[in-house]
Design a protein around this ligand. Structure first.
Ligand SMILES: C[S@@+](CC[C@H](N)C(=O)[O-])C[C@H]1O[C@@H](n2cnc3c(N)ncnc32)[C@H](O)[C@@H]1O
Length: 296
């Protein structure tokens, strides 16, 4: 993890398309203050964690309270322990689709500075509450917005793209973007379908949403994509990552028995010095989203 990264320093900035959540204490005082943050107010602090809505992450707080989710991110961290430095002091981490920050706090506890990007303000309020409970608000920056809007962010030593790919309409586009923000290690997971081919399926065929089974779904209903494990690895290569490998192929032990809707393929890969996407079919959306314009 030797490459330089702007991720741990001066990250409190105005980021078009991403909105900073209140409470984060800026570390670099030379950087201008961001504009006022979220418009929505978090629910009152009483009766937490239940008052903060449904939880996905199961997190044990320092006072013994356990949040009522069923995904234990300390177990996900354990999966990757051997692939990460023991001492993360000063490392920068970008956690995409961070949810309630279960994984972000694992990194922060070990000394890393984390930027957590999450789409849902409900999960971000949960994350904010979690960070306050752990006293880690100075180590984790919460940004509300989409993975597609990370263009203005710097590079990070470690990027987590866990449990997000299969929610996206454009999973390869997201990976191509992510490759530009990772200076060292990528952790990536996805639900995957069985088989050895290079195919992916509309996730509606395997995890039918209520009222949207394959039989009764509206035409064109797309509930994300599930690739084969081989394709998932290929997608990492295609985004320009080196040596992608599979770390685990089963949902982690933190998941509720019977709710086997978890990530089946956990991978790790490393950044090339300059991401060179393989076999580009049509790079225009990436250029547009990343903000690369050229004048005639
Ligand atoms: C299945 S959860 C995974 C959460 C966490 N990364 C984990 O592995 O436990 C997917 C998360 O991604 C968020 N999400 C979905 N689409 C997103 C997007 N386009 N950009 C950022 N986050 C998104 C969801 O709100 C949700 O918190």
């Amino acid at each position: 993890m030797s490459k330089s990264s702007g991720g741990s320093q001066g990250r409190a900035r105005r980021v078009p398309g991403l909105r900073q959540l209140r409470g984060f204490v800026r570390r670099d005082r030379n950087v201008p203050a961001p504009s006022p943050s979220v418009e929505v107010e978090p629910p009152p602090a009483a009766d937490v964690p239940e008052s903060l809505g449904d939880w996905y992450h199961r997190i044990e707080l320092p006072d013994g309270t356990v949040t009522p989710g069923d995904r234990d991110q300390s177990l996900v961290y354990a999966l990757y322990d051997a692939y990460l430095p023991a001492d993360l002091t000063g490392r920068s981490v970008l956690d995409l689709g961070a949810n309630a920050g279960g994984l972000a706090i694992e990194f922060a506890k070990r000394g890393a500075y984390v930027t957590a990007v999450e789409y849902s303000s409900r999960y971000l309020f949960q994350a904010q509450w979690i960070l306050e409970a752990f006293g880690l608000t100075e180590r984790v920056e919460l940004l509300r917005g989409s993975v597609y809007a990370i263009g203005p962010l710097p590079q990070y030593d470690i990027v987590c793209y866990l449990g997000l790919a299969y929610h996206l309409r454009h999973p390869q586009l997201a990976l191509d973007l992510i490759a530009h923000h990772c200076s060292d290690t990528l952790l990536a997971s996805s639900q995957t379908i069985t088989g050895t081919g290079l195919s992916m399926t509309n996730r509606a065929t395997t995890h039918a949403a209520p009222g949207h089974t394959v039989a009764d779904r509206p035409p064109g209903f797309l509930w994300g994509w599930e690739p084969t494990e081989q394709l998932f690895v290929d997608m990492l290569y295609s985004a320009g990552f080196l040596d992608p490998s599979v770390v685990s192929t089963s949902p982690h032990r933190g998941e509720t028995p019977g709710r086997k809707c978890g990530n089946r393929t956990y991978g790790v890969a490393h950044a090339a010095s300059k991401p060179a996407r393989v076999a580009i079919v049509d790079d225009e959306p990436l250029q547009a989203i990343a903000g690369h314009w050229s004048r005639l």
